[in-house]
Structures are given as C-alpha cells and as structure tokens.
Design a protein around this ligand. Structure first.
Ligand code: 4AD
Ligand code: MG
Length: 430
C-alpha cells in the first residue's frame, strides 16, 4: 500500500511503500540507515543486511543524496526518535538517481544557499519553517472566520499609495501609471463599510532600500478592517489574534519547533492582554537606558524597538505616535492633536514590529485636509473620500506582516528563510 510519511502512525506493523527522496544515509557492514523524506515528513529507514538480498543491500549503500525512490518495508514504533516511527526496509526501487546534489550536509554560505533556494527548501530546517508559516496562515483564517470577518481581496495593481510615495514600485497600466500595492488598507476601509468586519491576506510590495534581517521587497500582509471599532477595540482584536496564532503553532507544530531548536517557554507566555507603552513613555524609557540618539518626534530604529521589547516578555504595543511621522489617514488623539490613535506591536526577542495599525479618520473635512498636507493627488482618491462622505463611521484596522511573525514564532534570525522565494534588495533569483 502506498502511504505518505505523515500517516504512517495508522500502519504500525504493516508493510507499506513510500515514495521518497534520500535525505542522508549511514551504513556499516551489517546495517544501513536511510534518512527519507517525502515532503509530508521525515522517517528513518533501517535495512538489515542479513534480512534482504545482497543486491538490495548494495543498492541501498550506493544511494546518492536526493535520489528519488520507492521504499517498501514495515512500519515500527521507535521511541528513540521524536517522530516516533521508523521503517524496516525490505526493498527499494530507484525512480531517478540524483548525482552531485549541490547542497551537501556540510555548511554552506548564505549566498550559496540563496542561489539554490529552490533546492534549499527541501532541507529539514526549511521544511519546518514552511510548516510553521502554513500553520500561521491556517490559524489566521480560523481566527477571522470564527469572529465574523469576511475575507476580501484588494487589488494588487493600484493608483493609490497609503504608506507614502517613496517606496512604490511603478509600472505601466496601458497608458496610465500604476503601482504595485504596498497595502490594501484603503480598499479594506471601503470594504468594511460594505461588510462590517473584513480581512485581507495578500502580497504587498515595497521598494525599500533596506538590507536588514526584517525587510523584504515582497511580503505578505494580513489586513483586518472593522467598522464601528475604535482604537481600543482594535487593540483587543490584535492581541487575541496574535496569541491565538502562537498557541496554534505550539499545539500543531511541536515537531517543527523542536527541529528548529526553538525555546518554547517564551512562546507559552504569549497570552492576551499584552502590555502597552505610549510613544512618549517609550522615548523617556530609552533615554533612561542611555539611548541619546533618539529625540521626541523621531521614529524608532531596530535597536530602540529591541530595547523596549526586552523590557517585556510579551509582545508590546507602542501607542500614540507623533502625527508627523505617521501616514495621513490616522485619527488624532482627542487629548493631544500632535499624536495619533495608532499602535505598533513589537515582537519579543528582537524580531521588531509585526503589526502597524490605527483608528482611521472618519471626518470628511479633516481627511481632505490631511491628504492636502501630504500632497496626495485628490482626483486619484475621490473614491476613498466617498467613505467619509457617505455615512461615515469610526473604524479601525491593522496590518500584520506574515514573514516577521513567522521569523519570531519559528525563532529564525532572518526573514529570508520565512518565505518560499524571497525577494530582497538585489535578489530576484531564483
Ligand atoms: O506598518 P505598515 O507599513 O502598515 C501598513 O501598511 C498599514 N496600511 C496596515 C494597515 O493598517 N492595514 O506595515 C504593516 C506590517 C509591519 O508591521 C511589518 O510587520 C510588515 O507589515 N512590514 C514588512 N515586512 C517585511 N518586509 C518589509 N519591508 C515590511 N514592511 C512592513
Ligand atoms: Mg509600520
């Protein structure tokens, strides 16, 4: 019977055939250990020389890395491995012999691995990261679907620029100029007026000249938007959502977290509510910590965010930033109109900002004024102004960056490992 590795627990004591690739092997005179992977998982195949034909044993010993094969044998429980099962191999049939596979078990440099990303994805480590990414995606849909949100897909080709015009990818749209979406937010605001609570999940593009462990040129964002929700209501959704995805990964990806050597005690502490600190207090805190390089009115850099995050062992909200360093659409703080009702969520352990969000301006005159101050071409935004023109209501939303969230939860240093084919500054291959 042909089975996949993820389902061998149902076949203990039975003979099965697994279509697999050889990940690695080790053999002595009497026994061969074949590390097998089939995409759904990893299992060790054990072949005992005295129990098979000599020719089969020799075939097993000569297998090269990444050769594809059908392996037949009996599934056994194996309490020594964390997977819990192994395959007592009786026969192998080679499908395709791979020779000189470039990624060997020795250490390779980052550039080499990035040039071979299409193959690097086959490794145990990358497999674990992709499984965790997938679990976060699954849990995201579960969370928003079970909280009454409707999934809405904003366009990718657009004429608007919610997050400022300096980092846009330009393209031609027949005779018009267009951009690749840097955020679906403005469309999600329109959709929230039609469907109440909505979320999007799609690719976004930023022509950022940043070469850091937190920046991708193309990344995926989850953008919920909620009519009648104020700033506080939105923070509650954010902390419940993030706690939910962390707990889902802990529950459903324990093998992967173990394979990555992730310290899960820190993740176990991630439960709502999350601590909060205002921008003003954060500046004061940084000064107390000896950061003389930052003044009120500056945006935080990575070292500042890390210092703030290290002070808490949960994700932390930094709230109420100065109006002048945030986008045009944020609602002023009624207590101080130099500030806006926004929050960034900073992940623990130095992974930086994973969420940016705010209450949105819903007053038509104020919105128009802000757009003029930001020198936005009003004709391109007429449709957006209709949101505050017709039955305007308070509303709030946020965007969570998927790759930074995967990096944090999986405990992976750089976002390049958290997306299958990363687009980075100066890297479009493979
Ligand atoms: O803070 P940002 O720019 O917020 C927005 O785009 C809002 N319009 C979202 C909204 O309210 N609907 O981006 C949101 C998140 C960041 O917190 C970060 O996690 C991620 O997107 N992000 C990036 N991730 C990887 N590479 C980059 N270059 C990123 N830029 C932002
Ligand atoms: Mg931001």
């Amino acid at each position: 019977m042909k089975v996949s590795i993820s389902e061998v627990n149902k076949y203990v004591g039975q003979e099965v055939t697994i279509g697999a690739w050889l990940d690695n092997k080790r053999s002595s005179g009497k026994i061969a250990f074949l590390q097998l992977r089939d995409g759904t998982g990893f299992i060790q195949g054990v072949m005992v020389k005295s129990e098979v034909d000599e020719s089969i044993f020799q075939k097993a010993k000569s297998l090269s890395q990444e050769t594809s094969l059908f392996v037949t044998g009996v599934i056994q429980e194996d309490s020594r491995s964390s997977f819990g099962y192994e395959l007592l191999v009786s026969d192998i049939e080679i499908i395709h012999e791979a020779s000189n596979y470039p990624i060997t078990p020795k250490n390779h440099g980052t550039e080499f691995l990035m040039d071979h990303r299409h193959l690097w994805l086959r490794s145990r480590r990358q497999h674990a990261v992709m499984k965790i990414r997938n679990e976060i995606i699954r849990a995201t849909y579960e969370f928003f679907n079970s909280h009454g949100f409707v999934k809405i897909d904003p366009p990718i080709l657009t004429g608007s620029a919610p997050e400022g015009t300096t980092e846009l990818f330009h393209t031609k749209y027949f005779d018009e100029d267009a951009f690749l979406s840097q955020s679906g937010q403005l469309y999600m605001e329109a959709a929230a007026m039609a469907l109440g609570k909505v979320f999007s999940f799609g690719p976004t593009f930023r022509a950022e000249k940043s070469k850091t462990r937190r920046h991708l040129i193309e990344f995926w964002m989850i953008e919920p938007e909620m009519a009648f929700y104020n700033f506080e209501d939105s923070l509650k959704v954010q902390e419940e959502y993030v706690a939910f995805i962390v707990q889902s990964v802990l529950k459903n990806c324990s093998l992967e977290l173990e394979r990555l050597g992730r310290d899960t005690t820190k993740l176990e502490k991630v439960v709502a509510p999350f601590p909060r600190i205002t921008y003003d207090d954060a500046i004061e805190f940084l000064h107390e910590q000896g950061f003389d390089d930052i003044q009120w009115g500056d945006d935080f850099g990575a070292p500042h965010e890390t210092a703030i995050a290290d002070h808490f062992d949960q994700p932390v909200f930094i709230t109420k930033y100065p109006t002048k360093i945030k986008p045009f659409y944020m609602q002023p703080d009624p207590a101080n109109d130099e500030l806006v009702l926004c929050a960034d969520m900073i992940a623990p352990e130095g992974y930086g900002e994973i969420i940016g969000g705010s209450e949105r301006i819903h007053d038509f005159e104020l919105m128009k004024k802000r757009m003029e101050e930001h020198q936005l071409p009003l004709e391109a935004y007429e449709w957006y102004l209709d949101i505050s023109r017709y039955g305007s209501v308070p509303h709030s939303g946020f965007g969570l960056g998927l790759e930074r969230t995967v990096a944090w939860i999986a405990g992976v240093e750089h976002v390049r490992e958290t997306i299958p084919f990363p687009r980075l500054l100066n890297r479009l291959y493979p």
